[in-house]
Write a new protein. Sequence first.
Length: 267
Amino acid sequence: MNNLLDQFNNIVYTYGPKLLGAIVVLIIGNFVIKLIMSSFTKMLDKKKTDSSLKPFLRSMLSILLKTLLVISVLGMMGVQMTSFIAILGAAGLAVGMALSGTLQNFAGGVIILLFKPFKIGDYIEAQGHAGIVKEIQIFNTILLELDNKTVIIPNGPLSTGSMINYSTEPTRRVDFSFGIAYGDSVDKARKILFELFKEDKRILTDPAYFVGLSEMADSSVNLTARAWVKGEDYWDVFFDINEKTYNTFNAEGISIPFPQMDVHLQK
């Protein structure tokens, strides 16, 4: 028992102050890191850094500072840093091989933030999903779909796959297709559509809107109509014009046909 007590006392006297100092440094270090992160965030806001880049830069700085703090604390406790770094490097290599997909997502996040194919607030379509970009993280991009569902897309395939950005240009073209019955006046239908486009102040006059006969189908004569609007007015104009066209065609005696089949019975 005396030998065990002597060994315990030696351990306490040898490592106790180091452990206590390491704990103090860890607490103070975390406090300093919070101050640095707060100052860094204010600096980004002051310089009006792109909102897509802020989370990425904050995450990178936080990881770097916390890694340096852990290495410093281990050094104070007497851990041989040369051996530790060698072991850490070997472990990092093994983990990197195991997490190759995660590293690909990290690289994809860097590419997205550097080349900026989209930014926060853009409406995009990619990887089978469409929605508003809510956040660009290190490994993932978060979309908010129009029905308020959150979609998380890995940055790797997002940076290398095809993508449609509907918010890049300030204007968009709205395409309509209307079918009228054979025998109805194409000129009258065209005039009605022109009037509806002219009355809607959201539809731009430059580029000019267009209405033309696109197809003589089995059951209808199809008209194609095109109009340009601001990006934020796209869906409102699309639904409003469809409804107004249906009501006006009915009021003006223009039939909107539907597929029909004549069946002849023979005895």
